[in-house]
Ligand binder design. Sequence first.
Ligand SMILES: [Mg+2]
Length: 273
Amino acid sequence: MEPSFVSWIRARAPATGDDCAVLPCAPWGDLLVTVDSVLDGVHLDAARHGLDVFGYKAVARGLSDIAAMGGEPLWVVLAATLTSEHTIADAQQVFLGAERAGCSIVGGDTAVGPALGVTATVIGRADAGTAWRRSGARVGDSIVATGSFGRSLPTDHHATFIARNDAAKALREQADVGAAIDVSDGLSTDLLHILTASGVGCELHADAIPRRDEATLEEALGDGEDYELLATIRPGPIPAGFTRLGEITSGDPVLVCDDARSRLRAKGWEHGA
Ligand SMILES: [Mg+2]
């Protein structure tokens, strides 16, 4: 989304820029709410992906945002727009795909429109005041992540990924988490979201970044749609299933590659810096 529109809307809505809205519901805890759309020709290609994949990806993207907040997913509300060419069986495929993502669907809406699209609102919870924020990174924290990065589109990872809710639960139990986010825009861009929100810098070690399908460093940092969990934790043992990618510093955002230091940028780094 256009950064200028995001700033415009943030000036008008009480949003913090985190992956979910956090709604205090004492004494029950904090309600976490996120919404994502999956549109034909934008996020998936109906000529290539079945209708079930539209339902699946819409819900899985929301589940990934709940994981990024360290929350527990509870319910999904689904809205599907199908074209006049689609049948009831097609609508059922969307629903079955959404169900496959593994969160209970409690409501929704269908409409007929010019193009196929599915929007999922995912609702979760966390104990009051414990949801992870992008702004919580502290100098000295380790930067850790699940899985691998890059080439999500050519490998179809973006259509088949399993949201990292189990890893988030394990991380909450095993580490003191500072900040977290899920990697949708690209590893460097999303790490910079944490650094900016927290007012800190980093040393990101290029050699430590696991790459999917022999991705180049540029692809691993910039491609996006990895839907991995990226977090900062207090120094200590790295929980199983996570890789340590670097550390949080009080300086600039730096990418360390073969002893060369470059400035980390959105979608990569500053070449020759
Ligand atoms: Mg997110």
